[in-house]
Design a protein around this ligand. Structure first.
Ligand SMILES: Nc1ncnc2c1ncn2[C@@H]1O[C@H](COP(=O)(O)OP(=O)(O)OP(=O)(O)O)[C@@H](O)[C@H]1O
Length: 521
């Protein structure tokens, strides 16, 4: 087995040596391009100790000493602990940084799994955790890396976004924590970096698996690139240029899809990713290629990786069906969540599995006197709303809120008395129960209401009837339904009791329900 070795140059300060104009220009141009975003942000440099990232660190030291960089980035080296010598490499990097008077932090990482992807993931996690929110991380990726990335994605069948390769400036978030990846050298050839490293006699760590490893990337580097170069010696620069062109195209496509999404989405785009809904009629009006792009983006919202093309095609088919079969379910296991895609009437739903599990939690009937929202002093500014939990899980709470003052405005009674007399009854809608919405002329059974109100099958156990009831009633009808609620909608109900109709409808206005979710976006 081959192992890494340090190129045997002594560790010496490099600040006074001549820098490389080409490499410096690429760095400074990129710095100018992202100048606004870089303003007042702390910059770190990810250094493996390998040739490329050590060369980038060296260039930063030189530009800083020349006064072209106002602050010297701090170096971060992650010790994956995967190789016997890794501590030795970490010490070497720290030693080199010290000789350049460059701050350096060695971060140990726990890698679960043995592949390159697991190491990369652990590396980013540990660096992100060490950095502050919105800090910038400099990476030494270059044009040859970019060409390999694009080729790798091409043979995996990527779309415009994947084929645009690595981005020079990319916000990366994990939960609420965000950092920016900055790659100023994406147009620089590996050979130029090597020449610079040789000129400076940089004692970098040479990892032979970069060239001989048996993963796809090193295979492409070793076997394919030289063959392609025979057909066109500029292959690396050309692939890099294609990636840039595709990156612009990707931005255009995304902007179009975002606009289409805004116009076809039902409900808020801002809500947590529990349920996302599309209007099928509006979708169908778009040209087919925009429908596909839109579905690609709609499905992939809240996820780091896009859905497979097959799924997009299947969802498109589902949207085009003209029968009344509402049973079809499509599944997608995203990176963060699993989803079910369903259609009900002219709407497409993307339902997260957590959401579907939540919808299965039974709702228990309850009764609450309104006393405490009118007592002790209803006019006091800090009377808080009465909150009633309707359905609760670890992630999602559905809550009913009755605004203060509700009753006082309603009934011409002293506040305290009203509160003691009046209660809210909350129950799941019974299929046989007959209710009249404010808009309909006749009462309808619960079963019929599903149809009239267009409630999809999976939401039917989540309909709640809120009634007003009088605890000491003698003459009036003792339970007046005032509101029908689903997690996303509310319908004011109407009563035949003329005396109570206005009061009931006014009380309904003061009652609202909402979902609180700590589901990560
Ligand atoms: N152990 C590490 N600690 C800190 N940063 C790293 C580490 N490994 C890689 N990086 C950063 O990620 C970039 C890309 O990683 P990649 O594995 O392609 O590079 P490498 O071949 O290991 O090293 P180099 O790019 O330094 O020659 C590096 O240029 C470097 O900026």
């Amino acid at each position: 087995m081959t192992s890494s070795a340090i190129i045997p140059y002594p560790i010496e300060p490099i600040a006074a040596l001549p820098s490389d104009e080409h490499l410096a220009a690429a760095f400074l141009n990129s710095m100018a391009e992202y100048g606004t975003q870089l303003h007042a942000r702390r910059i770190w440099l990810a250094c493996s100790g390998g040739r490329d990232s050590l060369a980038l660190a060296a260039l930063c030291v030189q530009l800083y000493r020349q006064g072209k960089l106002s602050l010297l980035p701090q170096m971060l080296h992650v010790d994956h602990g995967l190789q016997a010598d890794s501590q030795h490499w970490a010490a070497h990097v720290a030693h080199w940084a010290k000789a350049q008077q460059m701050p350096c932090h060695i971060l140990p990482a726990q890698v679960t799994g043995s592949d390159e992807q697991a190491a990369r993931q652990a590396r980013y996690d540990v660096m992100r955790a060490y950095m502050n929110q919105e800090d910038v991380l400099l990476l030494a990726h270059h044009a040859d890396d970019q060409a390999e990335t694009v080729l790798m994605r091409l043979i995996q069948g990527a779309g415009v976004s994947g084929l645009s390769g690595m981005q020079p400036w990319r916000v990366q978030s994990q939960g609420a924590h965000r950092m920016v990846l900055w790659r100023p050298w994406l147009t620089i050839r590996r050979a130029d970096i090597s020449a610079y490293a040789r000129r400076l006699k940089l004692p970098y760590i040479d990892d032979p698996t970069n060239a001989t490893g048996d993963n796809v990337r090193s295979g492409l580097r070793r076997d394919i690139m030289p063959v392609l170069a025979k057909y066109n010696p500029n292959v690396i620069d050309n692939i890099t240029r294609s990636a840039q062109l595709l990156s612009d195209a990707d931005t255009t496509v995304r902007a179009q899809a975002a606009q289409d999404l805004q116009q076809t989405t039902i409900g808020s785009l801002q809500q947590p990713p529990l349920q996302r809904v599309l209007n099928v009629d509006k979708l169908a009006k778009l040209p087919l290629y925009r429908q596909r792009q839109l579905l690609h983006h709609w499905l992939g919202q809240d996820e780091p990786l896009p859905p497979a093309k097959q799924l997009v095609d299947d969802v498109l088919n589902l949207s085009q069906r003209s029968d009344h079969n509402h049973q079809t379910e499509l599944f997608w296991q995203g990176r963060k969540h699993a989803y079910t895609i369903r259609r009900y009437r002219q709407q497409l739903y993307r339902l997260s599995s957590d959401w579907l599990a939540w919808l299965n939690i039974p709702i228990t009937a309850q009764e609450r006197t309104l006393a405490h929202i009118v007592l002790p002093d209803v006019s006091s500014v800090d009377s808080s709303p009465l909150s009633i939990n309707l359905r609760t899980s670890e992630d999602v709470i559905w809550q009913l809120q009755v605004a203060p003052n509700a009753l006082v405005r309603l009934l011409d009674n002293p506040a305290g008395e009203v509160g003691h007399q009046t209660a809210l009854k909350i129950r799941p809608l019974d299929r046989q129960q007959r209710l009249k919405t404010a808009l309909s002329t006749r009462p309808q059974s619960g079963k019929k209401l599903y149809q009239t109100l267009g409630i999809p099958i999976w939401l039917r156990e989540s309909l709640i009837v809120v009634s007003m009831t009088f605890l000491n009633a003698e003459t009036v009808e003792n339970e007046i339904p005032i509101l029908l609620l689903s997690p996303f909608d509310r319908w004011i109900l109407s009563t035949d009791d003329l005396a109570m109709r206005t009061e009931a409808q006014t009380l309904a206005v003061f009652i609202d329900s909402h979902l609180c979710s700590n589901h990560t976006r």
